[in-house]
Design a protein around this ligand. Structure first.
Ligand SMILES: [Zn+2]
Length: 385
């Protein structure tokens, strides 16, 4: 038999191997420990494992573990990194799996190292020696920060799989769509000068006022033009998040910056949104005699949508007795869809506990998730499609 430990022992080792990813370098860690654990368990079960460093990030890795040959089949996917944690706000050590009140506590229990332990524990009881179509376990890096792992996948392997499940915490509800996310910045550059004479400068703040008016009118247009009833907030949003400018009441403001996010509905293009904002800026710049530049703060995440009629959505609705829904957070789903897979997001635990102190996975989530995994492997790998 294999050397794979029990489900709780696996989870405990995964939680005990810190793998924070963060845009702040002081928090950012390698995910090597988690990848090595997954690789050792999966290879002892007969999976062929490829550990692939990310381009330009030699300490971050994706793992692609495959059993079975040929085209088609199923990908079970998750991210190996976690967000940072709030020191002092945890009731137990975030890196020590702790069980109390029928819950397993630890950083990454529900988001989402626990998923890998559940997958591996389910698969060890199944006969995978003669699959009709391949089963692939995909473990990515840096989902919580840049999604660099998912972005690198197309260069790292040829993908022929037909279906994919991402085990993010959705309380076992199948998720078939989410909005895109982009975060942008507009910088207005004028000229500082003494406030007593407006002719001594060009106010970046006055110009920013016009920029904000334009963004708010664009937001209204978006709201009036686009609608998708499957979302709670059923229109695209634009949030003016923060603004910085000027230094003193008696100086004309020379520089002002605003940061905002836009969340597109499925079917809308992030690039088109970005360009629509960009096109509105030159007239303001001309009128106010300032320079106005638009730039991205982070690489954007496209919106994600898999048709509700897809076989994997239908299969997961049957296996969970839950209808497919949409969520308000972004996932690696759009990147897997781009690789040609029909992807859904479905996993144990609640997003309410993710990114929080005292993150936990309730024990009653384990059995139903194992049933989903077993059902999908039987349907999409054991039988020929
Ligand atoms: Zn997650």
């Amino acid at each position: 038999m294999t050397k794979v430990p029990s489900l709780v022992q696996m989870m405990s080792q995964l939680i005990g191997s810190p793998s924070i990813s963060c845009s702040q370098a002081s928090w950012d860690q390698s995910n090597k420990g988690v990848i090595q654990l997954l690789e050792s368990w999966l290879s002892s079960m007969g999976f062929e494992c490829k550990v692939l460093p990310l381009p330009n990030q030699p300490e971050k890795f994706n793992l692609i573990a495959t059993i079975g040959k040929g085209n088609g089949g199923l990908v079970l996917s998750g991210h190996t990194d976690t967000v940072p944690y709030d020191e002092g706000r945890w009731e137990s050590d975030p890196f020590k799996l702790t069980e109390r009140d029928q819950k397993l506590y630890g950083l990454g229990t529900c988001d989402m190292k626990g998923f890998f332990a559940i997958v591996i524990d389910t698969l060890r009881d199944m006969d995978l020696s003669n699959l009709a179509e391949p089963l692939i376990i995909l473990a990515t890096a840096d989902e919580e920060s840049s999604m660099a792992g998912a972005r690198a996948l197309s260069q790292q392997a040829k993908w022929n799989a037909r279906y994919a499940l991402i085990g993010e915490p959705t309380s076992l509800t199948p998720i078939h769509a989410h909005k895109g996310i982009m975060m942008d910045k507009i910088r207005v550059t004028g000229q500082a000068g003494h406030s007593s004479n407006p002719n001594l400068g060009r106010s970046a703040m006055d110009a920013m006022h016009e920029v904000m008016t334009e963004l708010m009118s664009f937001r209204n247009e978006l709201k009036q033009t686009y609608r998708d009833a499957s979302f709670v907030i059923d229109y695209p949003t634009l949030n003016l998040g923060c603004i910085h400018g000027g230094d003193n009441p008696n100086r004309i403001c020379g520089k002002c910056e605003i940061e905002f996010d836009m969340r597109a509905l499925p079917g809308m293009s992030n690039d088109a949104l970005f360009n629509a904002v960009k096109q509105r800026l030159p007239t303001i710049a001309e009128r106010t005699n300032t320079e106005i530049e638009l730039s991205s703060l982070f690489p954007d995440v496209p919106s994600f949508s898999t048709p509700k009629e897809s076989d994997i959505i239908k299969a997961c609705e049957e296996l969970t007795n839950n209808d497919a829904e949409t969520v308000a957070f972004a996932t690696e789903g759009p990147f897997l869809n781009t690789l040609g897979m029909e992807t859904l997001v479905l996993g144990p635990g609640s997003i309410d506990q993710a990114h929080q102190p005292n993150e936990f996975l309730a024990l009653d989530q384990l059995d139903p998730m194992q049933k989903v995994i077993k059902g999908l492997v039987e349907r999409f790998c054991t039988q020929r499609q």
